[in-house]
Design a protein around this ligand. Structure first.
Ligand SMILES: *[C@@H]1O[C@H](CO)[C@@H](O)[C@H](O)[C@H]1NC(C)=O
Ligand SMILES: *[C@@H]1O[C@H](CO)[C@@H](O)[C@H](O)[C@H]1NC(C)=O
Ligand SMILES: *[C@@H]1O[C@H](CO)[C@@H](O)[C@H](O)[C@H]1NC(C)=O
Length: 189
């Protein structure tokens, strides 16, 4: 064999052994595709997220208090809240319920009030009732518009990906209750 062909022959050999049935026992290509996946569509949602910390039925509760270290930081670094926040059609919390945001956020920045958010939007009305979208991202709440990734979903949102834009509509500085407008763009089948 010509000397320059040897690397090619070796790589061919390793390719062959990788694709041989003997090694491919823990995965397989799924054909034909059972999901009938064709073209992805882009869907936009807009709703209002209500973080209710006050009253007798708060939907956002602190599950990890801010640790008593470096009290000179004013960013709440270390605090964690669990949420089951209503998502409504309009800023009024009594307007039509679209779904809920279930998950948690933690104060993850020492320099500003910056949240790490991990939440599922659980849709509860209309076509998307029962389907979920998962948002995981960074939310520096003092910025006008914060962008976070939609990293997946379930039901009609299988294989979903996209992003949200969150902008604060209103914060009650006495109670900590916040209303945030969410605009969501999601690609899904
Ligand atoms: C406390 O945190 C602030 C902000 O990160 C930092 O500038 C400061 O040096 C810290 N103080 C101490 C005592 O570590
Ligand atoms: C959403 O789905 C649940 C469970 O299937 C059902 O009980 C409920 O009535 C549905 N809600 C709407 C508004 O369609
Ligand atoms: C904040 O909430 C308190 C208690 O519900 C209420 O009395 C007050 O008017 C609210 N402040 C604003 C600015 O909405």
């Amino acid at each position: 064999m010509a000397h320059f062909l040897l690397p090619f022959a070796l790589s061919l050999l390793s390719t062959l052994s990788l694709t041989s049935p003997v090694t491919a026992i823990y995965w397989k290509s799924v054909r034909p595709n059972p999901f009938k996946l064709r073209t992805e569509k882009l869907t936009h949602f807009q709703f209002y997220w209500h973080d209710v910390q006050s009253g007798s039925n708060p939907t956002s509760i602190t599950i990890v208090r801010r640790p008593p270290v470096n009290t000179s930081t004013h960013t709440g670094f270390g605090l964690v809240n669990m949420i089951d926040d209503p998502l409504t059609e309009r800023p009024d919390i009594n307007s039509k319920l679209i779904g809920r945001a279930q998950g948690m956020y933690g104060l993850a920045s020492q320099e500003e009030v910056g949240l790490l958010m991990a939440m599922n939007f659980v849709f509860m009305t209309g076509r998307y009732n029962g389907s979920t979208l998962t948002v995981l991202g960074r939310n520096p709440v003092t910025q006008k518009v914060r962008e976070m990734p939609v990293i997946g979903g379930s039901g009609l949102f299988r294989f979903a990906r996209g992003y949200v834009h969150a902008s604060t509509h209103n914060v009650n500085t006495t109670t900590g209750d916040a209303i945030v407008k969410y605009g969501v763009y999601v690609l899904h089948y």
